[in-house]
Design a protein around this ligand. Structure first.
Ligand code: ASP
Ligand code: MG
Length: 447
C-alpha cells in the first residue's frame, strides 16, 4: 500500500476556502491517506495569550469573539445536515471558555496544554467535515490515542516505540478504506493528560507518523512554495530550492529558517523518508524535496538569519582554569535546557551565544542561567546582534570556498565567526543593523 502523509499548516486551514484547497489537493493523489492538521492560523497564538493570564477582561472577550468568529465562518459554509458538527463545536467552545477562565490556568502548564489542544481539535473537526461533504470517506482520529509523550508540558517528548506499535494497531487498519484526519502538535501522557510538542510541532507529528506507518513520503503543505535560498522578504531574488539534504535542512532549521520545526527531520531521516514542502495555494508550482542524497551538492545552498542574539562573555574566576570553568558553565546551561551555538575562549574569558530551539524558551531560560552564572563570575551581555549562517556542503574545503565568503564580507564588522563543527555551515555574528545588507550582498555574490 503506498502511503503519503500530508500535513497542512495553520494558513492552509485558516478559513473555509483554504480548507477546500486542502481537500482538492488531497483528492488528487490516492496515496494521501493521512492528513495532519495544525490549528487554523491565529488560534494557537490567541490560546497562548489566554493561557498567559496577562489580559484584561475586555481583551479576553475580544479573543473569544475572534476565535468563535473564525470557526463559525467555516461552520456556516458547511451543510452539516443534522447539525452534529455545530453541536460539537458549541460544546467545545463552551468548554474552552470555561477552561480559559480558570484562575489557576497561568500557573498550570497541564491546563495550558489542554487549552492549546483546542486549536488542532477545532481544525480536525471542521476539516473532516469538509472532506465528507465532498464525498470522501473521511474520519477524524484523535492522535492522542497513539502519540504518548513524557510529562514535559509545552514541549513534550514523544514515545516513538509506543507510537510505532499503536499506529499499526489503531490507525493503520482504518487506512484500508478511509482517509484519516488527525491533529498535529498534540500528545498524551501515560496517565491521560494532554500534552503539546512545542510551537510549530505539527510538522513533527507528520514526520513521526510517516516513520510509524512506514510512509513513502511526508508532505508539509504551507503558504510558500518550498524552502527558499534566503528570506524572500529580504532578498527579492531569493528562489525556492528544488532539493535539500536532511543535513542542510537541519542546519537551516537550527539557524533560523522558519520552514520546518527543527525536530521534524529526525524521524524521517531515521526511516529514510523524503519530506516535501510546498504551497497549498499553488501546489502546481512544486516545492522542495528533502532527501538523504541530493543530485547536486553545491557549496552554497542557503543563507539564514537568527535575530536578537545575545553575546555572553564570562570572565574566568581567578582560581579556575578555563577548561574547568567551561565544564561548570555547560552544566548550568544544560540545567536550563540551553545549548551553545558559537563559542570562543581565551585564557581569561569565554564568549558564547545561546540557543534553546524556541525563542520563548530562550528568553526565560537565558534569564535563569545568566543569573546563576553571575554568582560564579562576571557576566557581560551584548545585545542587538544577528546570527547569519551560510548553509551548504564541503564548506571546509580549502579551494576558495570560504575566501569567497570572506571577500564579500570585507566591509562588514563581524563580532564572532564560527567555522561550523560540520562541513554544512559557517556562521557569524554581527550588528543587527548590518544584517539585511549583508544577506543581500552574500546572496548576490554566492548565487
Ligand atoms: N498550532 C501549533 C502552533 O501554532 C502547532 C503548529 O502549527 O504546528 O504552534
Ligand atoms: Mg506551523
Amino acid at each position: 500500500m503506498s502511503l503519503v502523509i500530508s500535513k497542512f499548516g495553520g494558513t492552509s486551514v485558516k478559513n473555509f476556502k483554504s480548507m477546500q484547497n486542502c481537500v482538492n489537493l488531497v483528492m488528487r493523489n490516492q496515496a494521501r491517506k493521512v492528513v495532519v492538521t495544525s490549528a487554523p492560523s491565529g488560534i494557537t497564538n490567541n490560546l497562548v495569550a489566554l493561557g498567559d493570564g496577562g489580559l484584561t477582561h475586555q481583551q479576553r472577550i475580544e479573543i473569544f469573539q475572534q476565535i468563535e468568529q473564525q470557526l463559525h465562518d467555516i461552520l456556516n459554509m458547511l451543510v452539516d445536515t443534522n447539525g452534529l458538527i455545530s453541536d460539537r463545536l458549541s460544546i467545545m467552545l463552551n468548554d474552552m471558555r470555561e477552561l480559559a477562565s480558570d484562575p489557576e490556568l497561568n500557573i498550570c502548564p497541564e491546563k495550558q496544554d489542554w487549552l492549546l489542544s483546542y486549536g488542532e481539535r477545532f481544525a480536525s473537526l471542521l476539516l473532516t467535515q469538509c472532506f465528507i461533504e465532498k464525498g470522501v470517506n473521511a474520519v477524524e482520529f484523535d492522535i492522542r490515542e497513539i502519540l504518548l509523550t513524557d510529562e514535559n508540558h509545552g514541549s513534550a517528548t514523544p514515545n516513538t516505540a509506543a507510537l510505532g506499535l499503536l499506529a499499526k494497531d489503531l490507525l493503520k487498519p482504518k487506512l484500508e478504506n478511509k482517509l484519516v484526519i488527525t491533529q498535529g502538535f498534540l500528545g498524551k501522557t501515560e496517565s491521560g493528560k494532554t500534552t503539546t510538542l512545542g510551537r510549530g510541532g505539527s510538522d513533527y507529528t507528520a514526520a513521526l507518523l510517516s516513520e510509524a506507518l512506514d510512509a513513502e513520503k511526508c508532505e508539509i503543505w504551507t503558504d510558500v512554495a518550498g524552502v527558499y535560498s534566503t528570506d524572500p522578504r529580504i532578498v527579492s531574488e531569493a528562489f525556492p530550492l528544488p532539493e535539500l539534504s536532511y543535513d542542510e535542512a537541519a542546519e537551516m532549521a537550527n539557524f533560523g529558517a522558519k520552514v520546518l520545526h527543527p525536530a521534524t527531520l529526525a524521524p524521517t531521516l531515521r526511516a529514510g523518508i523524503p519530506v516535501f514542502v510546498g504551497s497549498t495555494k499553488e501546489p502546481e508550482k512544486g516545492g522542495t524535496t528533502i532527501v538523504q542524497d541530493c543530485e547536486q551538492e553545491p557549496h552554497y545552498r542557503a543563507i539564514t538569519r537568527r535575530r536578537e542574539q545575545k553575546l555572553v562573555t564570562l570572565q574566568t574566576p581567578k582560581l579556575l582554569r578555563t577548561n574547568q570553568f567551561i565544564g561548570k558553565v555547560f552544566s548550568v546551561l544544560d540545567k536550563f535546557g540551553l545549548s551553545v551555538d558559537l563559542i570562543t575562549t581565551s585564557e581569561t574569558s569565554i564568549s558564547l551565544t545561546l540557543n534553546a530551539g524556541d525563542q520563548t524558551n530562550l528568553a526565560s531560560a537565558s534569564k535563569g542561567a545568566l543569573s546563576e552564572l553571575s554568582q560564579m563570575c562576571d557576566v557581560e551581555i551584548t545585545s542587538g546582534l544577528d546570527l547569519i549562517t551560510i548553509v551548504g556542503n564541503k564548506l571546509h574545503q580549502n579551494n576558495g570556498v570560504t575566501s569567497k565568503i570572506f571577500a564579500l564580507l570585507e566591509d562588514v564588522s563581524l563580532r564572532m565567526i564560527s567555522y561550523g563543527a560540520n562541513p554544512h555551515n559557517i556562521s557569524f555574528l554581527l550588528d543587527a543593523s548590518d544584517s539585511e545588507s549583508t544577506i543581500k550582498k552574500l546572496h548576490s555574490g554566492l548565487f
